[in-house]
Design a protein around this ligand. Structure first.
Ligand code: NDP
Length: 246
């Protein structure tokens, strides 16, 4: 018996990294879980098998977050196939960095489309299906609060937008018993930021704990917010960043 028994969760970018850890954790708590992905159908299929192995229903939907029509269609498909939607986790993101003078228009467009517009459109589509107890959790970033080295202006800007989205949604949806919160992870060992990558030693040094997070440690915070114990938390930002911003 899990705290999310009977609930349906949608995790964007659930094929790898933090999203995959969130998908598995929510399934472990009892939810049926759908995930979107962009290209890695192989990894998405693996996740589906892992979720089914813990006895939950699973669905992987290819949907480029940059395409609002694909986003809306994905939400409607999940709600249609699973009959409801209780938890949305806005996780899919791109990490495009570089000096402001060198970032091209495509990188700017892509970052805004995937990191900013998509969470808005996902939320917009999801709340039409949500009822009392609904949950929206977005994954921001530690560097929204502390742009710790050069090259982060575009990415930091995109993640800071999620603060406004979260607060606005919390205020608007509170009357319906739906919460909206933001989790800002610190350096987390994924393909996007491997703990053995070229800058890992320096990045580790920016944290108080002196180490990367395991994706499961971020997933645990999301699970708290998605479950009944998080019921009175809304409009909040939780830093799960190993003290990066401390
Ligand atoms: P990964 O690069 O490891 O995984 C990204 C996931 O998002 C994949 O499942 C990928 O799908 C999906 N995705 C990317 N772009 C799109 C798109 N356009 N449409 C649909 N799905 C897409 O990233 P992380 O797990 O490291 O990051 C997850 C989130 O956490 C991001 O929002 C990131 O900004 C944030 N974050 C990460 C930190 C870290 O240190 N790792 C620190 C702070 C925040 P596919 O497999 O098909 O490519």
């Amino acid at each position: 018996n899990g705290v999310l028994d009977g609930k349906v969760a949608l995790v964007t970018g659930g094929s790898r990294g933090i999203g995959a850890a969130v998908a598995l954790r929510l399934a472990g708590e009892g939810a049926d879980v759908a995930l979107t992905y962009e290209r890695r159908a192989d990894r998405a299929a693996e996740l589906v098998e892992q979720i089914k192995a813990v006895g939950r229903r699973a669905l992987a939907v290819p949907a480029d977050s940059a395409d609002p029509e694909a986003v809306r269609a994905a939400v409607d498909r999940v709600a249609g196939e699973f009959g409801r939607l209780d938890v949305l986790v806005n996780n899919a993101g791109v990490f495009l960095t570089g000096p402001v003078g060198e970032l091209g228009p495509d990188e700017v467009e892509r970052t805004i489309a995937v990191n900013v517009r998509a969470p808005f459109v996902f939320a917009q589509a999801a709340v039409r299906h949500m009822t009392e107890g609904g949950r929206i959790v977005s994954i921001g970033s530690n560097v929204a609060e502390r742009a710790v080295f050069p090259g982060l202006a575009l990415y930091s800007m995109s993640k800071t937008a999620l603060l406004g989205l979260t607060r606005g949604l919390a205020r608007e949806l509170g009357g319906r018993g739906i919460t909206a919160n933001l989790v800002n992870p610190g350096p987390t060992d994924t393909d996007a930021n491997p703990a053995d990558g070229p800058n890992a030693e320096a990045i580790r040094g920016f944290t108080a704990l002196g180490r990367y997070a395991d994706p499961a440690e971020i997933a645990a915070v999301v699970a708290f917010l998605a479950g009944p114990d998080g019921g009175y938390v809304t409009g909040a930002t939780i830093n799960a960043d190993g003290g990066f911003t401390s």
